[in-house]
Design a protein around this ligand. Structure first.
Ligand code: NAD
Ligand code: GLY
Length: 371
């Protein structure tokens, strides 16, 4: 009986490869992956440090530890929240590694959402100039975006994700059962990044999301699994083509320049990342319409899909156009003082633009912000 259900679950598993030569790695997606996937195959040495937080540890730490064989396991449990994604808390990971004599053969395991993943990944990128790490993402947002692609880092009070490194994981283990405990608001925030793929590269996926929105919001397992898989396929393709964001990868930041401005303005204690990205995408859609690329119908359809998942499609009421302009100029996409933004040529076709007219931005900011 037990074996049968295990093999059924194995069959439900999906596998995607992020193709980066000798740094290629698998993404395993499916129910019960924490117990089905043998983590030991991705661990070279005898020591492991699991980085998690105080919400996730009681839920999933024990089952991850149960899968590790003959390993000396340490754990860092971070406080939960975007406001703790900073150098101080990163340092607590280094302290644990040093106190417990972890050497270059240690492996870090990130067990949690994007905050834990970005911090554990950055610790792995920089501890003794780089050690391997494994991503076990437990939020929808982390499963469809942050655990894949090797962007790691922390926030600075003056700017979001401003200190970090590219460091690819050895594997990404997406256990879709972890979403059973994810609060609705966090689930919706993850949908912002799912919808993003439809908008920037995959119009058929956008249409599929429109058709399957009811099933997804009910967390129907098949629909959710397909949404995660299609998101990861899109992300893996883009990362494989442009690992270090010299070109096409920048389109993954659709809406993020506006979104990061919102998060920084709120000192990382206000809207969730996905919510800020949704509002940012609504602004970038408007800008794309100002550029003459999109119709009002395109914008309305996109905003309707985001609103269906209770995502904001307006800017925070207390932010002015001036607040946005100042914060957007400290974004990582500013090069040589020149603001670059991701726009849409049409639904499903994103591009990076630096030759947009200031009046298009002014018009969008005038529409979305208080004076
Ligand atoms: P998060 O990590 O803060 O997790 C959201 C909340 O859900 C937290 O309270 C967490 O403890 C809780 N949680 C996580 N898994 C749970 C589960 N299974 N059950 C119950 N509660 C659970 O937020 P997030 O949305 O996962 O990630 C946002 C972060 O990811 C931001 O810092 C953002 O900058 C970053 N990000 C990075 C990339 C990248 O490419 N590296 C991409 C997108 C976002
Ligand atoms: N989330 C943006 C990127 O991975 O490039």
């Amino acid at each position: 009986m037990m074996n049968n259900s295990k093999s059924l679950d194995s069959k439900a598993s999906k596998h995607i490869t992020v193709d980066l030569g000798d740094r290629s790695y698998p993404i395993n997606i499916g129910p019960k992956q924490i117990s089905l996937v043998d983590l030991n195959q991705y661990i070279q040495g005898g020591k492991v440090l699991i980085v998690t937080n105080d919400t996730i540890a009681p839920l999933y730490l024990e089952s991850v530890m149960a899968g590790l064989e003959n390993k000396n396991i340490d754990v860092v449990t971070l406080p939960d929240g975007e406001q703790f994604k900073n150098l101080d808390h990163l340092n607590s990971i280094f302290t644990k590694l040093l106190e417990q004599n972890h050497d270059r053969k240690t492996t870090l395991i990130a067990l949690g959402g994007g905050v834990v993943g970005d911090m554990a990944g950055f610790a792995a990128a920089s501890y003794q100039r780089g050690v391997p790490f494994i991503q076990i993402p437990t939020t929808l947002l982390a499963q469809v975006d942050s655990s894949v692609g090797g962007k790691t880092g922390v926030n600075h009070p003056l700017g979001k994700n401003m200190v970090g490194a590219f460091h690819q994981p050895a594997a990404v283990i997406i256990d879709t059962d972890t979403l059973n405990t994810l609060p609705d608001r966090q689930f919706s925030a993850g949908m912002a990044e799912v919808i993003k793929y439809g908008l920037i590269v995959d119009y058929p996926f956008f249409e599929w999301l429109e058709t399957n929105a009811d099933a997804i919001i009910r967390r129907d397992k098949a629909a959710l699994s397909e949404a995660i898989e299609r998101s990861c396929i899109n992300k893996a393709k883009i990362v494989s083509a442009d690992e270090k964001e010299h070109g096409i990868r920048a389109i993954l930041n659709f809406g993020h320049t506006f979104g990061h401005a919102i998060e920084t303005f709120q000192a990382y204690r206000g809207w969730l990342h996905g919510e800020a990205v949704a509002a940012g995408m609504a602004m970038a859609l408007d800008l794309s319409m100002n550029a003459g690329n999109l119709s009002q119908e395109d914008v309305d359809r996109s905003n309707a899909l985001m609103s269906f998942f209770s995502l904001p499609v307006a800017a925070p009421k207390d932010m002015t156009a001036d607040d946005f302009m100042k914060l957007m100029y400290s974004d990582k996409k500013v090069l040589d003082g020149q603001l670059r933004l991701v726009l849409l040529r049409s639904l499903g076709q994103g591009y990076v633009s630096q030759d947009f007219a200031q009046r298009w931005i002014d018009a969008t900011l005038a529409k979305f912000c208080r004076c």
